[in-house]
Design a protein around this ligand. Sequence first.
Ligand code: ADP
Ligand code: TRP
Length: 322
Amino acid sequence: MRILTGIQPTGTLHLGNYFGAMRPAIEQQTQGEAFYFVADFHSMTSLFDPKQRLMNVLGVAIDFMACGLDPQKCVFFRQSDVSEVTELTWILSTLTPVGLLERCHSYKDKLAKGLEANHGLFSYPVLMAADILLYDSNIVPVGKDQKQHVEVTRDIAIKFNNTYGKTLVIPEPQIQETVAVIPGTDGQKMSKSYNNTINIFGEEKAIRKKIMSIQMDSRTPEEPKPDAEKNSVIILMKLLDPSVGKEYEEKLRIGGLGYGNLKKAFFEVYWNYFEGARKKREDLLNNLDYVRGVLKEGADKARVIADEVLKRVKVASGLGSL
Ligand code: ADP
Ligand code: TRP
């Protein structure tokens, strides 16, 4: 069974990314043949600074490895290092109805936010389909917002198989329902576009300040809070440390615990949780050649599968040898 997922190098990673995408991927790296990549081609639809892109790719790779991604257990690579994916994108695009892409929420949301609609942004799901299909992926762990893109991938793969004969593996999305939406400091979905993130790595003082700024309601500390399980600090705390999280949930429910003290306790849990990862990250930052080597080796392994699948696709669709 092959598991595949990608992460875009578009910003600093936060707890939403960690629980929604990274931790599930890290947990699954031993449950099958895992292929994980940094989606730098995708980042081109919204990031136009070349130096920043290179820095972000290394940054995401370092942070992912610091958090537990083990290149011995999975194939970890940069998307653009296996450029065969763009060839498959073209082939798939000829079987993709325009209406299918027009219905994608992620595209519509970006348009609504006023983003200029370049063709890449529109055809983003076709490149994502190529990512998935190029490696005969069976399972694609993603956040809820990406589920539709995996469904588009399935539609395209089925269309290909109906047109040219059974060639492509039909993948399944995998959504972790318990961590489907991680709340940010304002209670909305945590997202770098909403400026409500708590980053995985950052300077202690700044993160402490961010955590202390998490919005709470105006009930007094003494008041019992029967809805304690809905408190966003409790939700995050239980994800980081279930036993301490439950203990604080109970304290809040009974009454007598102030929100300031709750947030202070949460900071400690958060800071301890990532202690090992911070040390690992320091080592990796001092060893960039090692990180570059990991990605290169990953791309070499990924290319072996990519070449095989692309050849199959080309033979099936009349692009094989004459
Ligand atoms: P952002 O919303 O900050 O731009 P991305 O869209 O780059 O984050 O998300 C990268 C991955 O992290 C995706 O798989 C996405 O589903 C997941 N993710 C991001 N924010 C959250 C969140 N608040 N809750 C759950 N998963 C999230
Ligand atoms: N679009 C995904 C995101 O924004 C990243 C991604 C690119 C991806 N290609 C993929 C995820 C293939 C899963 C499979 O989060």
